[in-house]
Design a protein around this ligand. Structure first.
Ligand code: BGC
Length: 734
């Protein structure tokens, strides 16, 4: 697909706006207020959030209602001082708190980003992680966390992939639900973002993700349905993109009809920063779309409403009803989360921070994926000489997902603590230093972040450098700090590869525990690593005017596109009119991630779900509870998992379902469940999975409903999407 077009305004990275300070005096709970209007009952905490929100609506003026549809001071929901309602404070997200967005200067933990969290495949850890961040939000006076990011990784080059949870809707759903449950257990409002199919940074404010109904239902809507139904997420943020030509921020069919009416979402829907301002001619779509809050302000919408009422004064009541429709979910959510009844900051919770370091370290440890370990080059005994080379590793991506953290332990510091005199660090070591080491750890970094996608190419010069080092030392282990794909022509020349994502502030302690063997790796890839970007579903997705597009303000990114400098904003402006959309057809349909590579029978570098361990596991005694399934019954598959190696370790067992006789083209197999099982050496455990009719269904577009067709199905249990340990078959009856 060769796309064209562009607008200048669209490249502004609005999250660079910093928060303006909200006065402490503005942040009092309702209990501190005295001058309630006559007859008001919203201060009564024994009433339901619905009743309290309805009562506030009765006391608001038209202008006040209009103000409650837009943001305040860049990162707040406005208060109404006359009624004692305080503003609510927001902060980015998702791997902790981005301090630039709030006034607090105290420490906040940089946990690993969402992609690393997903790589742990550990729902309980995701819940603890969310709860920890919830505690930090309260310690810092944050009412809304602007996360987690739950978009799916459509392409390995997505600039914000590090903020999301990989390519599979089920894995994303499970991790997101647990994170949100943990976060919201603290009364903090989670904001799942960015609704929906906002999967690339390429022309991000004007891209239209064009996809069919079945693909939306089976793939893209799945995590949203899960966070609404299973976690009662209190807020969502709409994407900068359009879906099938309608901007996400005013997409009534999806926001109102699907999310609210069908899934039961009752919370705040906020735009991405300044998004509705990008569509000045479409303001009439906003009010009834299910959108409730225009961030960072509602300037364009407010002007549209004021002009409309000035022109048609007789229709003011009708407009006010529209404003009620927008404002009510905001008020309801703030009452329901207890925001109006408390002050935002609980400084006592700063004492939870030391414990959060433990969670951050555990998550980093469980995320690291061991991709290659020839001749057991890892773990490395403490008596061996270890050389760490290459540029400092990255702990976070850039943009609004960046979380600075404090008290970092770098890779070098963590390894130094473990290997003492036997450890050496040199960014560019001499040949002698390389030869002298027993093991060389080679840092390979790929920057990523908001506002730009990350080309598949290796960072400049890396391939040649690895080949040079591997020729000098037989025991090279490459540490890849990246959330994006890359070629690995050097794979045959190195002994080991660890995918280290970005791992937050505890990364060095986690890495040292893995390298030294204190902990066995248990991370599994939440995405497919393709051999070549040409194998991906949409290799030409970022072409504008026939040339690959780069966003000209990022030096690192420019390096990749040497020779294409002419493709600058000015040149792009030749192809587009302001606010014109760039259409990105999702022609791969439901064949997302591994579904695509399996269907195409493409070899990959490393498949989805892949990761090695320092121990070994057997899968024996597979059983299925019945040969036929009917009605609303479930079928159970069971087996014995045993740790047959010498080290305690966790295995991630993955259940894949294949429909063998379908009237539509279905994926070869799809992940339907998983468990992370921790076993001591010699220990075994029975593992069971249940599968029901819904797990076997596809979206039947003609009837707009789920359909499970009778016939043969396979249930396979694997240690990755391409390492199936056994398969059981059964027949679904009518
Ligand atoms: C980003 C959002 C972020 C917001 C506020 C936007 O540019 O896309 O993810 O929450 O800024 O910083």
């Amino acid at each position: 697909m060769k796309a064209f077009v562009f607008t200048l305004a669209a490249v502004l990275t609005v999250s660079s706006l910093f928060a303006q300070r909200v006065d402490e005096k503005e942040l009092q709970p309702l209990s501190a207020f005295k001058n309630f209007p006559q007859g008001a009952v919203y201060q009564n905490t024994s009433l339901s959030p619905e009743a309290r929100a309805r009562d506030v609506l009765k006391h608001l003026t038209f202008e006040e209602k209009l103000s409650l549809t837009g943001g305040y001071k860049s990162f707040c929901f406005p208060g109404v001082a006359r009624l004692g309602l305080r503003p609510a404070i927001m902060a980015d997200a998702s791997q902790g708190i981005r301090l630039q967005t709030i006034a607090s200067k105290a420490n906040s933990t940089s946990f690993p980003p969402m992609l690393a969290l997903a790589a742990t495949w550990n729902p309980a850890l995701a819940q603890a992680f969310g709860k920890n961040i919830g505690e930090e939000c309260k310690a810092h006076g944050v009412d809304f966390l602007l996360g987690p990011g739950i978009n799916l990784q459509r392409l390995s080059v997505g600039g914000r992939n590090y903020e999301y949870m990989g390519e599979d809707p089920l894995l994303t759903s499970v991790i997101a639900v647990n994170y949100i449950n943990g976060l919201q257990s603290q009364g903090v409002i989670a904001t799942a973002k960015h609704f929906i199919a906002n999967d690339q940074e390429f022309v991000r404010h004007i891209a239209s993700s064009d996809l069919d109904e079945r693909t939306l239902r089976e793939i893209y809507l799945k995590p949203w349905e899960a966070v609404v139904k299973q976690a009662r997420v209190r807020a969502i943020m709409t994407g900068n993109n359009a879906i099938n030509g309608i901007p996400a921020s005013m997409h009534q069919p999806l926001l109102n009809d699907v999310m609210r009416r069908e899934f039961g979402f009752t919370g705040v829907t906020m735009t991405d920063w300044q998004n509705t301002n990008y569509h000045p001619d479409l303001q009439y779509l906003v009010a009834r779309s299910g959108q409730t809050l225009l961030m960072a302000n509602n300037a364009t919408f407010a002007k549209y409403i004021q002009d409309f009422v000035a022109r048609y004064p007789a229709r003011k009541a009708e407009v006010e009803a529209d404003l009620d429709f927008m404002v009510y979910p905001n008020l309801y959510t703030l009452f329901e989360a207890g925001v109006y009844d408390r002050a935002p900051t609980d400084k006592a919770l700063l004492n939870t921070l030391p414990a959060h370091k433990e969670t951050a370290r555990q998550c980093a440890e469980e995320a690291i994926c061991l991709l290659k370990n020839e001749t057991n080059v890892l773990p490395v005994q403490r008596s061996k000489k270890v050389l760490l080379m290459g540029e400092n590793e990255l702990h976070s991506g850039t943009g609004s997902g960046f979380v600075a953290g404090y008290d970092h332990t770098s890779f070098a510091e963590g390894l130094k603590k473990t290997y003492g005199q036997n450890f050496e660090e040199a960014e560019k070591p001499t040949d002698a230093q390389i030869k002298n080491a027993n093991v060389v750890l080679f840092r390979l970094n790929k920057k990523a972040g908001e506002g730009y996608d990350v080309p598949f190419e290796e960072p400049q010069g890396v391939n040649a450098e690895i080949a040079r080092v591997a020729a000098l030392n037989p025991n090279v282990v490459v540490l890849i700090s990246s959330a994006n794909g890359l070629p690995m022509p050097w794979l045959g020349q190195v002994k080991g590869v660890l995918w280290t994502f970005f791992l937050g502030q505890e990364r060095g302690n986690a890495l040292a525990n893995i390298i030294s063997g204190k902990v066995s790796p248990s991370g599994r890839l939440p995405f497919t690593l393709e051999k070549d970007f040409q194998d991906s579903p949409d290799p030409d997705f970022n072409f504008l005017g026939g040339k690959p597009y780069w966003q000209g303000n990022n030096n690192h990114y420019k390096e990749y596109w040497k020779g294409n400098e002419k493709n600058s904003r000015k040149e792009i402006a030749k192809y587009v009119k302001p606010h014109q959309l760039v259409h990105l057809p999702y022609d791969e349909g439901v064949f997302m991630g591994y579904r695509w590579f399996d269907k195409q029978q493409k070899e990959v570098l490393f498949p989805f779900g892949y990761g090695l361990s320092y121990t070994s596991f057997t899968y024996t005694n597979p059983k299925i509870s019945k040969a036929t399934l009917s009605g609303q019954d479930s079928v159970q598959v069971q087996f014995t998992l045993k740790n047959t190696g010498k080290q305690a370790a966790a295995e991630v067992v993955q259940l894949y379902v294949s429909d063998k006789e379908a009237s539509v083209d279905r994926p070869v197999r799809e992940l339907k469940d998983f468990q992370k099982v921790y076993l001591k050496p010699g220990q075994s455990q029975t593992v069971s999975f249940w599968v029901n009719r819904q797990d076997l269904s596809f979206w039947d577009t003609p009837t707009h409903s789920w359909k499970a067709e009778p016939g043969a199905f396979e249930l396979s249990v694997g240690s990755s999407s391409r390492a199936l340990r056994f398969t059981q078959v059964f027949t679904l009856e009518k």
